[in-house]
Design a protein around this ligand. Structure first.
Ligand SMILES: Cc1cc2nc3c(=O)[nH]c(=O)nc-3n(C[C@H](O)[C@H](O)[C@H](O)COP(=O)(O)OP(=O)(O)OC[C@H]3O[C@@H](n4cnc5c(N)ncnc54)[C@H](O)[C@@H]3O)c2cc1C
Length: 282
């Protein structure tokens, strides 16, 4: 294991399916569901994108065989979105068919804003054929309120997060307060009219506001879920389970961990100083 891989292990289970399955078993044993992510993005080679879809199909079979409680999360640029929409559509179609036949669910992650419109258009196309899928909306984007209206109308399942990419002020709120205010507003829309919404945040204030809204709306604890990332805020994950809420942990594994790891580092300056301190320690 390289020095950097050692640090990345805080946020990923390892490079193999076996490492992921072991981690899922532990999370399941503590009352949490999982969504598994095979790390990778921006694949521009057809063969590689096809292989990645095959790996996800294999993963769905392993999930069924090992009887673990996990669905999957995929990124469209990993499935060939940079090649063409039609290629990506067909490639993901195979995963959705397999998931449907096994009674599993596929979450389409949301990437940078250059992809938002195309991702949602593909999601609408797939959802005409498959109900076992959903997508992600980012509260930092100005457009998200309109998108949630449409997704609610179609009863497509949404995971709400703040957003992890660097976006310009032409498309996204820049201040934390604005992103948070929008998160609370969008969570309300989802908890009011959405289909089994997922509130994905480690921010205590976002979680508290969502619980208050769910209570005001009389929404049953089993009709929505919280989601957090593997390795972040474990005590809050356990506490929500203790309070009877559903908790799903986004659990990545695989060899292409660097972009994911860098996004996690960027989110919190303490992560960077921790890394720097250990890199330069004698
Ligand atoms: C389940 C899940 C799925 C996601 N899917 C997507 C997606 O598809 N597309 C997308 O753009 N983004 C996705 N994200 C990332 C998300 O957009 C945010 O970048 C990330 O969750 C940090 O935002 P926050 O809500 O936790 O709030 P923040 O205000 O960033 O953080 C709140 C607190 O959480 C803790 N925390 C947050 N991040 C870290 C970290 N990296 N290391 C250590 N502690 C941390 C800290 O205590 C921090 O004070 C996802 C997040 C989750 C939880």
């Amino acid at each position: 294991m390289s020095f950097l891989t050692f640090f990345a292990r805080r946020f990923i289970t390892g490079e193999t399916v076996e490492s992921a399955i072991e981690a899922v078993k532990k999370l399941n044993a503590s009352g949490m569901s999982v969504t598994l992510d095979i790390l990778g993005e921006n694949v521009t080679n057809q063969e590689k994108a096809t292989r990645t879809a095959d790996n996800y199909i294999n993963l769905l079979q392993v999930i069924t065989k090992t009887k673990i409680d996990s669905n999957i999360s995929i990124k469209l640029t990993q499935m060939g979105l940079d090649i063409s929409d039609d290629f990506c559509y067909e490639n993901v179609n195979r995963i959705l068919e397999k998931a449907a036949s096994l009674g599993n669910f596929v979450r389409i992650d949301m990437e940078g804003s250059d992809y938002t419109e195309r991702t949602l258009n593909l999601v609408y196309r797939w959802h005409e054929k498959f109900e076992n899928m959903g997508t992600v909306i980012q509260s930092y984007l100005y457009r998200s309120e309109k998108d949630i209206e449409e997704l609610n109308k179609r009863q497509i399942k949404v995971r709400l997060c703040k957003g992890a990419y660097k976006e310009p002020k032409t498309v996204a709120f820049q201040s934390k307060d604005d992103v948070n205010d929008n998160f609370v507003k969008l969570a309300k829309m989802l908890l009011k009219n959405g289909n089994y919404p997922a509130i994905a945040s480690h921010d205590e204030a976002m979680i508290k506001a969502s619980i208050e809204t769910a209570n005001q709306l009389g929404r049953d604890k089993s009709s929505f879920e919280f989601q957090m990332l593997y390795g972040i805020n474990r005590s809050a994950q356990r506490e929500l389970v203790r309070q009877g809420y559903k908790m799903r942990v986004y659990t990545p594994f695989g060899t292409h961990w660097l972009p994911y790891y860098l996004r996690r580092l960027r989110e919190r300056k303490e992560n960077i100083s921790f890394l720097v301190r250990h890199l330069f320690k004698d």
